[in-house]
Design a protein around this ligand. Structure first.
Ligand code: FAD
Length: 319
């Protein structure tokens, strides 16, 4: 019995962790040369900067155990339970759940999940067909742990899993990181930007990382990302002009770094945490719930448990 997980984001690796713990042989295939997916961290100007997810929250008791392990290892730390809300020239505070950050970047948390798992990087999967067959290789279960539009590209249009995915739209985002010579803004630590034509969120990366570096990361609205999909770098000018205007910054940044996410977040939530078809094709990720790291982890974890249970039941039936 073999399981192939396509996608080494937090959902795919959480799924693989469960399978490996249950003794099910599993391989993870990832098209990028790093794990993490949208928990993306880049080394810019000599330090890590989060260019995908800004932070994470913790509600699920199982996820809380994993986060406690990350905290003990120094990989994650509670950041803030109060964000700013900027809207139409006013500034409010938004109390809420604790937001967690990672001193080494959120990708380091996914790297920890990948420890001891067979992950093949720079391995793009092109087709998951009936059988299931992953690029011609028969497997018992194929898990697609990625945004719906990316999974749809791999499936036959008439596959049952494709019917689960069709017609669901995802919002693009452009993240613009920028570094200044010195901190000119009042501590945020991050701000939701409401009803703004260009910005949706601004995060103080030095504050969340804990090194106090004068670095901000701004997330665009979906409209701005869609308008710049063929020229993401071109979004840096309007996004930074909006950030400087919003925070009253007089100095230009010393450097900028842009990352385009064509499928940043699903536009609607789903009730079910994953799909596991009778045909052995399974789907997981934040598309199965809401656009959150915790949702993706839970989706992958529950799917991994369900696949292990199915394989265990088949093995017991055949014995
Ligand atoms: C700008 C932005 C801000 C966000 N902010 C937050 C936040 O503040 N808090 C929060 O909780 N969440 C946030 N999120 C959402 C969070 O990042 C996601 O919910 C989570 O990371 C999704 O994980 P995943 O494993 O489901 O998918 P992904 O991380 O997208 O992983 C999918 C993986 O599959 C790989 N893949 C795709 N196709 C193939 C293929 N054909 N072959 C091989 N590999 C393939 C991809 O390369 C990728 O590594 C944000 C996301 C973005 C983009």
């Amino acid at each position: 019995m073999t399981v192939v997980v396509v996608g080494a984001g937090v959902a795919g690796l959480a799924c693989a962790v469960e399978l490996a713990a249950a003794g099910v042989p599993v391989r993870v295939l990832e098209r990028s040369d790093v794990v993490g997916g949208r928990m993306a961290t880049a080394d810019v100007a000599g330090r890590p900067v989060d260019l995908g997810a800004a932070y994470f929250t913790v509600r699920d008791p199982g996820f809380a155990e994993v986060v406690a392990r990350w905290e003990t290892a120094g990989l994650a730390r509670p950041w803030t339970d109060e964000l700013a809300v900027l809207a139409g020239g006013s500034r409010d505070r938004a109390p809420g759940p604790m937001r967690w950050a990672a001193p080494g970047g959120l990708r380091s948390l996914v790297e920890e999940l990948a420890t001891d798992l067979p992950v093949q990087l720079s391995h793009e999967v092109h087709r998951v067909g009936p059988g299931p067959v992953v690029d011609g290789e028969p497997v018992d279960v194929a898990v697609l742990a990625m945004p719906d539009p990316q999974a749809l590209r791999l499936l036959d249009p008439d596959a049952p899993a494709a019917a689960e995915l069709a017609e669901r739209r995802w919002r693009p985002v452009i993240a613009v990181a920028a570094g200044w010579a010195e901190r000119e803004w009042e501590r945020l630590p991050a701000a939701f930007v409401n009803d703004h034509p260009v910005l949706s969120l601004v995060a103080d990366d030095g504050d969340r990382r804990g090194d106090d570096a004068p670095v901000l990361v701004a997330h665009s609205t979906g409209e701005v990302a869609a308008a710049h999909r063929r020229d993401p770098e071109g979004a840096a000018v309007p996004v930074l002009a909006a950030v400087r205007d919003l925070l009253g910054l007089t100095a230009p940044p010393q450097w900028t770094h842009v990352r385009y996410w064509p499928h940043g977040a699903p536009l609607a939530d789903r009730e079910r945490p994953f799909h596991l078809g009778d045909d052995g094709v399974a789907l997981a990720g934040d598309g199965w719930g809401s656009a959150r790291i915790e949702t993706a982890w839970r989706s992958g974890t529950l799917l991994g448990q369900a696949v292990a249970q199915r394989i265990g039941a088949r093995a017991a039936g055949g014995a």
